[in-house]
Design a protein around this ligand. Sequence first.
Ligand code: HEC
Length: 122
Amino acid sequence: MPRPDRPLLGLVLAALLALASQALAAGEAGRQHYILNCAGCHQFDGSGSRAHEIPNMRGAVGHFLRLPEGRAFLVQVPGTSNSKLTDAQIATMLNWLVEEFSRAEVPLERAHHRLHRPVEMP
Ligand code: HEC
């Protein structure tokens, strides 16, 4: 029996797959920027170092997204602003960072927003 809805379903699936692989690629790039520019001080898992007064970002850094000042702070901390990353790379890296280390604290409306605009600056 012919299924006229099949071609449409195929298109929808192809679009979803394309979106998912784009998001994966951005996540991988964000992770690499973090490892190359930040992990030396902040550790691979974002836990920082008490002995060197490097704050633990885990379960915390997502709170900064609640206020414009917090979002501005995130892009202006010396480790980020002194890095060689471009603005777009910083956005990709920070989008990865907040979800990797602090997904539960990312405000819901930002998490939703992010799905539509992967590159996001304050
Ligand atoms: C040379 C070591 C070093 C590097 C490299 C570094 N940071 Fe930091 N970072 C610190 C220190 C030390 C602090 C604490 C500064 C303070 O409290 O004034 C800090 C603070 C922060 C904070 C504030 C966290 C909080 O809870 O207050 C964020 C966010 C941050 N860094 C992100 C980054 C990112 C992203 C990168 C990479 C692009 C990076 N840092 C690279 C040493 C570093």
